[in-house]
Design a protein around this ligand. Structure first.
Ligand SMILES: O=P(O)(O)OC[C@H]1O[C@H](O[C@H]2O[C@H](CO)[C@@H](O)[C@H](O)[C@H]2O)[C@H](O)[C@@H](O)[C@@H]1O
Length: 275
């Protein structure tokens, strides 16, 4: 299978470096919208067919394989069956949690999360959140989803100022995403999480793939690593819901299906260089 090529010089250089020395590479992906197709109810998320098996085949060939998600690490491990991937690290809650060697390390959530949990139902009722608005309580954060309302974008725009006010009062930050606004602790993001992983691993090259606005700090981290001399490649699992991620990426593939094809090609290219 042929390997899709990045559209930028820096991306092509990084892919060449990764293929030359895969054992020193760090390869990391977001979960929802990247490894798993978007579905109406977050509890129903499942990986794209075959993609976890492909990651399981790729991981032993790569220095470090990771998933970095806005969800709790344990949730994503369970939804994805990610314990099938050898030596996988899962960073949950934008890096506040770490799952590796089947063990989870997680700090206590800050007190603002309890305040949001207590006030959110009343706020949503007061401002007339439309039918279908759904709150996902992720323990360290709460996400307000509008995908199942009649007009998801309009609902999000209407709720946004009220959620921003509540987040500010709780000393949390808002994280906008695909038909979702999350109220979550400050001080962590996917960029810092990726940089920490790359530094700890002494990564020779870095590849990060994502689909949503919360993945852009990881793209920034790849560019910073690149400026410091580590080849890096940013990949977008594209959708028609977010354009900013594709615009910032070195390589754009067609959603989780496109990523699955890329990972298959990457695995084959590492196993049979030049074939
Ligand atoms: O960093 P991520 O792991 O991609 O977290 C971003 C949000 O992902 C999830 O929501 C998204 O996927 C849902 C399931 O496909 C979909 O229903 C929703 O519309 C998407 O925004 C997750 O449920 C959220 O908590 C994350 O904020």
């Amino acid at each position: 299978m042929s390997l899709p090529q990045p559209s930028t010089d820096a991306g092509r250089a990084a892919l060449t470096a990764l293929l030359a020395k895969p054992a020193t590479a760090l390869v990391a992906f977001d979960f929802d919208g990247t490894l798993a197709p978007i579905v109406d109810d977050p509890r129903d998320s499942a990986p794209y067919p075959g993609i976890v098996e492909t990651l399981a085949a790729l991981s032993p060939l790569i220095g470090t394989t990771a998933v970095i998600t806005g969800r709790p690490a344990a949730t994503v491990v369970e939804l994805g069956g990610l314990d099938r991937v050898p030596d996988l690290t899962v960073l949950g809650h934008y890096g506040a949690e770490r799952w590796s060697d089947r063990e989870l390390v997680a700090a206590e959530p800050p007190p603002g999360v309890a305040l949001v949990r207590a006030e959110l139902p009343g706020l949503l009722a007061r401002v007339g959140a439309p039918e279908g608005t759904f709150v996902e309580d992720k323990e360290r954060s709460l996400a307000v989803h509008t995908r199942r309302t009649a007009e998801p974008d309009a609902a999000l725009a209407r709720l946004a100022p009220h959620l921003e006010e509540l987040a500010a009062r709780a000393d949390l930050r808002v994280e906008p995403g695909r038909m979702v606004i999350e109220l979550r602790p400050q001080g962590v993001d996917k960029g810092a999480a990726l940089t920490e992983l790359a530094t700890a691993a002494g990564a020779g090259t870095v590849l990060y793939g994502g689909d949503d606005l919360g993945d852009l700090p990881a793209f920034d981290a790849v560019r910073e690593l690149r400026a410091a001399g580590t080849p890096g490649l940013t990949l977008c699992a594209a959708s028609n819901e977010v354009t900013a991620v594709a615009e910032a990426a070195d390589l754009v593939v067609d959603g989780p299906a496109g990523l699955a094809a890329f990972l298959t090609g990457l695995t084959s290219s590492i196993r049979a260089p030049g074939a």
